[in-house]
Write a protein that binds this ligand. Structure first.
Ligand SMILES: [Zn+2]
Length: 649
C-alpha cells in the first residue's frame, strides 16, 4: 500500500489555539482524511513546540515548572483539535525523549559533516520573536512585529550552521523538483531569497537551561527553530537506536507534505532541507505554505480584539459547518477572511437551504411515495450519472493537487445538479400518474444515490455529517474507499430515514456589501411581495423614461427553498440566492406551483424593493411572473440559467 506522511507546523504553547491555527489543522486534516479515503496508508503528525524561551518565561510568571506548564497546554491544544474532529495519528512534544534523541542525532551528524562551527554573535535580539535581528530589519530601532518591545543587544558564544554552503544544492533541488515548494507564488518568493545569497545562521544559544544540550558542548542548547524543525523526523524514529525505530524511519521518512503558514516557509523550504542535505538524509517531498485568516478583513490580533476561539466558532453552528466554511470559502494557499455574518450566511445557503434541504426533501418524498424504500429499476437517469462521474473526476484532480476549495465546490456541483434533477423530473407529478410508477421509483433512487455520492466526497471535509447523511440514505459509512464508494452505484434497495432537519436555518440579518452597493431606492408605485395579476398595461402616454426603468434593479436569483405560508392559499415563502446575499421573499404563486417544484429554479426578482410584511413574513423583493387573464401566474425562468446575481434589464 502506498504511504503518505503529512505534518502541520507544531504550535508554540505560550498562547492558546485560535481560528488561524485551527484553519491550518482543519485543512491538513481534510488532506489526511482524503488520502485515507483514496487508499493511502496515511500518517498525520501534529504537535507542540515547547523549547521556547517565551514558554519558559510564561511558566515562571505563573509560578509553574516549565514542563508542568507544557503539560497543561498540551491538554488545551489536544482538546481544541479533538473538538474540531482533527484526526492526527501522532502528536509530538519537543520535550519528549524521542525528540531529544532525534535532535541530538541530527545535530551531531551535521557537526560531523563539518557544517557547524563556533563563533561569536553580537547584535540585536528580539525576545518575542526569539530571533536575532539585523540593523536593516529594525524600524526606529524596534522589531517591526513587536514595536513596543526594545530589542536586546547580545554578545554570546554561538555555533553557526553553514547554510551558505547549501545555496547551490538548494537551487538545484528547486530546479529539479518544481513541486517541492507550493503554491508557485511562495516558491518564487523563496527562490528569490535563495538567489539573493544565504548567510550562515546561529543554531545554538549559550547559558540557557530550557532546551536540548548540544552533544559536543552541553553548555549550550540547540536553538529553538533548529530544534522545532527536527520534530517531523524524530516523530518517526530519527536516530532511534533499536531496530523498530529504524524500520519506522525507513518506512515514513521523507515526509510527503509539510503544511505550514506562509510566514515560516523559509524555515521549511530553505533551512530544513539544508540541514537534511548536510546530514545526508532525504528532504521532504513538498512544503505547502498556506495563507492567513483575517477577521472582518483585519489581521488577527489580541490588541485589535480579533482573536476568535475556534471552539466558540464551532459551537455556534457546529463543527462541520465551520470546517466547510474554512475549506470552501478560502482558496487553499491564498488568504481568507472570516466574519460571523458570512459564516451564518454560508451556513444557511450551503447547509440549511441546500444540502440539508435536499436530504430532507428526498427522504420525505421516498417516505410519502414509497414508504421509505427505493430501488433501481434499470432505467437510470443518464444525465445525472454523467454529471456525477465528471464531478468525481474533478474532485479527485482538485484534491490530489490540494485545491481543497475546488474539491468542495465539485461536491457542491453534484448537490446542485441533484436539486435541478428533482425540479426537472417533478416526482410530485409522477406520483399522480400510475403509469409513471417505475420512473418515480428510479428518480427517487437516483436522487438518493447522488446524495450518497456527494456525502462520500464531503467525508474528508465534514466527517460526522457525511456519516449521518449516509445513514439517512440507507448505506453504511464504515470503511469508505474512493475506488469503491466514489462512483455511481445502482446496487439494490435503500431504506431512507425521514428525520428532522440536519441543519436548521439560522435566522439572520441581511448582509449587504456597503463597499460596492449604493443604498437601494424603492421603485415608486409598486406593491411589494407578489406579482399582482391583472395589472393593466400602461398607456403610451404613461410611458416611462429609461432612467425610471433603471431605478428598478432586477436580478437573477436561484430558489433555494420554498414552503407554503400557513393559512394562505396564494402565498409561498421563498429563500433565494441573489448572488451577493440570500433573501426571503413572499410570492403569490401558491395556486400555480408546488413548493418542491420551485426549488432549484432560476427566477428573476426585483431586488431593490422596500421590505414589506405579508402574513407576518417580511418579504424582501418580488418574483417576476406573468399573469395571463383568467390563468394562473407563471414565473419568469430561463432556458439557460445565468448565475444568481446577474442584473436583468
Ligand atoms: Zn519581534
Amino acid at each position: 500500500m502506498k504511504r503518505f506522511f503529512l505534518t502541520t507546523a507544531i504550535d508554540y504553547v505560550n498562547s492558546r489555539p485560535h481560528l488561524g491555527t485551527a484553519y491550518e489543522k482543519v485543512c491538513a486534516d481534510v488532506i489526511a482524511r482524503y488520502k485515507r479515503l483514496a487508499g493511502f496508508d496515511t500518517r498525520f503528525l501534529m504537535g507542540d513546540d515547547e523549547h521556547s524561551q517565551n514558554v519558559y518565561k510564561q511558566a515562571i510568571e505563573q509560578s509553574l515548572d516549565p514542563l508542568a506548564y507544557c503539560d497543561q497546554m498540551e491538554q488545551v491544544f489536544r482538546t481544541a483539535w479533538r473538538h474540531l474532529d482533527v484526526s492526527f495519528d501522532d502528536f509530538i512534544r519537543t520535550t519528549e525523549p524521542r525528540h531529544r534523541t532525534g535532535t541530538t542525532y541530527l545535530a551531531q551528524r551535521i557537526y560531523d559533516a563539518g557544517d557547524i562551527y563556533e563563533g561569536v554573535y553580537e547584535g540585536w535580539y528580539c525576545v518575542s520573536c526569539e530571533e536575532f535581528k539585523q540593523e536593516k530589519d529594525l524600524v526606529d530601532g524596534n522589531c517591526p512585529l513587536h514595536p513596543t518591545l526594545k530589542p536586546e543587544w547580545i554578545r554570546e558564544k554561538n555555533y553557526f550552521f553553514r547554510l551558505s554552503k547549501y545555496q547551490q544544492p538548494l537551487l538545484d533541488h528547486f530546479r529539479d523538483h518544481p513541486e517541492f515548494m507550493q503554491p508557485d507564488t511562495r516558491r518564487n518568493e523563496i527562490l528569490r531569497l535563495i538567489e539573493g545569497g544565504l548567510v550562515d545562521i546561529s543554531m545554538s544559544r549559550a547559558g540557557q537551561s530550557w532546551g536540548i544540550p548540544l552533544p559536543w558542548d552541553p553548555s549550550s542548547v540547540v536553538y529553538v527553530w533548529f530544534d522545532a524543525l527536527i520534530n517531523y523526523a524524530s516523530a518517526v524514529g530519527l536516530g532511534a537506536p533499536e531496530d523498530t525505530g529504524r524500520q519506522m524511519f525507513e518506512r515514513w521518512w521523507p515526509a510527503d507534505l509539510h503544511i505550514v503558514g506562509k510566514d515560516i516557509t523559509r524555515f521549511h523550504a530553505v533551512f530544513w532541507p539544508a540541514m537534511l542535505m548536510s546530514a545526508k538524509l532525504p528532504v521532504p517531498r513538498q512544503v505547502f505554505g498556506h495563507g492567513f485568516m483575517t477577521i472582518n478583513g483585519q489581521r488577527m490580533s489580541k490588541t485589535l480584539g480579533t482573536i476568535i476561539d475556534p471552539i466558540e466558532a464551532a459551537n455556534r453552528l457546529g463543527v462541520d459547518p465551520l470546517r466547510l466554511y474554512l475549506v470552501k470559502e478560502v482558496s487553499f494557499g491564498g488568504d481568507g477572511d472570516f466574519s460571523w455574518e458570512r459564516f451564518d450566511e454560508r451556513y444557511n445557503v450551503d447547509l440549511a437551504n441546500n444540502l440539508g434541504n435536499l436530504v430532507s426533501r428526498v427522504s420525505a418524498m421516498a417516505a410519502r411515495y414509497r414508504s421509505g424504500a427505493v430501488r433501481p429499476t434499470g432505467a437510470r437517469s443518464d444525465q445525472l450519472v454523467r454529471i456525477a462521474e465528471q464531478v468525481v473526476a474533478d474532485y479527485r484532480r482538485a484534491m490530489d493537487a490540494f485545491m481543497l476549495h475546488e474539491g468542495a465546490a465539485a461536491a457542491y456541483r453534484l448537490i446542485d445538479a441533484t436539486n435541478e434533477f428533482i425540479a426537472a423530473t417533478a416526482p410530485w407529478t409522477l406520483a399522480k400518474d400510475p403509469a409513471s410508477a417505475d420512473r418515480l421509483t428510479e428518480v427517487l433512487f437516483d436522487a438518493a444515490e447522488a446524495i450518497r455520492l456527494a456525502a462520500v466526497l464531503l467525508a474528508p471535509i465534514m466527517p460526522a455529517s457525511s456519516r449521518e447523511i449516509l445513514r439517512r440514505v440507507g448505506v453504511s459509512a464504515e470503511g469508505l474507499t474512493l475506488d469503491r464508494d466514489g462512483r455511481w452505484r445502482a446496487d439494490g434497495e435503500r431504506v431512507l430515514a425521514q428525520e428532522g432537519p440536519l441543519w436548521p436555518r439560522k435566522e439572520q440579518t441581511i448582509v449587504t456589501d456597503n463597499q460596492t452597493q449604493a443604498p437601494s431606492t424603492p421603485a415608486p408605485g409598486t406593491t411589494p411581495g407578489t406579482a399582482a395579476p391583472g395589472t393593466p398595461a400602461p398607456q403610451s402616454s404613461d410611458r416611462i423614461s429609461i432612467d425610471d426603468f433603471m431605478k428598478v434593479e432586477m436580478r437573477v436569483a436561484k430558489v433555494l427553498a420554498a414552503e407554503r405560508v400557513p393559512k394562505s392559499n396564494k402565498l409561498l415563502k421563498l429563500q433565494v440566492d441573489a448572488g451577493t446575499e440570500h433573501r426571503t421573499l413572499v410570492a403569490g404563486i401558491a395556486e400555480a406551483y408546488e413548493p418542491d417544484a420551485l426549488v432549484g429554479k432560476t427566477v428573476v426578482i426585483v431586488f431593490n424593493l422596500k421590505p414589506a410584511k405579508l402574513m407576518g413574513i417580511e418579504s424582501n423583493g418580488m418574483v417576476l411572473a406573468a399573469s395571463p387573464d383568467g390563468g394562473q401566474p407563471r414565473v419568469v425562468t430561463f432556458e439557460d440559467p445565468p448565475p444568481p446575481g446577474s442584473r436583468v434589464r
